[in-house]
Design a protein around this ligand. Sequence first.
Ligand code: NAP
Length: 280
Amino acid sequence: MPDLILVTGATGNTGTAVVAGLRSRGSHVVRPASRRPDPADPDALVFDWADATTFAAALRGATAMYLVAPAGEADPVSTVGPFLELAADQGVRRVVLLSSSAIERGEPGLGEIHDVIAGKFSEATVLRPSWFMQNFVGDHPVAHSIRESREIVTATGVGRLGFIDADDIAATAVEALLAPEPVGEELLLTGPESLSYADAAAILSEVLGHHIRHVDVSPAERASQFTAAGLSEEFAGVLAALDERISAGEQDFVTTTVRDVTGRPPTSLRDFLHQVHLRR
Ligand SMILES: NC(=O)c1ccc[n+]([C@@H]2O[C@H](COP(=O)([O-])OP(=O)(O)OC[C@H]3O[C@@H](n4cnc5c(N)ncnc54)[C@H](OP(=O)(O)O)[C@@H]3O)[C@@H](O)[C@H]2O)c1
């Protein structure tokens, strides 16, 4: 079992739950790392992908890590590559990378990081989750649109996907970090059911008690909305193309991986939304 585990993206959707999950299992030190670490956590430290001088301290003594790559970068390997080089030199053996069900190994961006970790670390697992249920709540643009306009706008048509609770991703990551032997090279992770955004809107309507509608637009319209919201044209194009792939049915599947790895079933969207609603 590793004795010091670095958790990058430690204050995010998955990282927060990975830190809590690892600590609940005890017997090793957890080092949460992000730009704005929790000041109340004595083990948390400042780590910034944009500042390579923060890399060495984050890696010192670590034998395993949960890796959340910088988001929205066209070429994340140029940033993450030198960090992984240092990690391998400093004795990190096990890496669990958060990627996406939409990204195949070797694809530009995160897919290239799959390649690097598979080549560099003897124990590498890539988590490839579907879209997060957390996008419907909190600070995500989809959540803002639900609150402000009571609508979800996508270019996904009737395409379906296996929305997943980030806590289920984190629970899988904890097992992947702690298991005596690696749990697999690539884990495709989904929730328990494949839903269209119209299905999701119907469940949201039921839980919130007011009507939420799904508005389907063209990929070009979706890309312009993303650029109007401040995203670069390149990233807006990438996100609109992902919607198009969902529309074509590419993400219409569910897997049993969360249950297989953690021993418990993944949370449904209805249960997730009820839990969030009850917490408010
Ligand atoms: N949302 C989805 O539907 C979905 C689906 C599949 C895959 N994914 C993947 O999930 C990943 C996001 O994971 P998440 O939702 O767990 O995280 P998140 O909630 O988006 O939070 C990002 C984390 O990274 C940290 N961070 C941001 N910029 C940083 C920087 N420059 N240097 C160091 N740390 C930084 C943040 O903390 P600080 O602000 O304190 O730095 C935070 O802890 C992305 O790679 C995305 O592609 C998302």
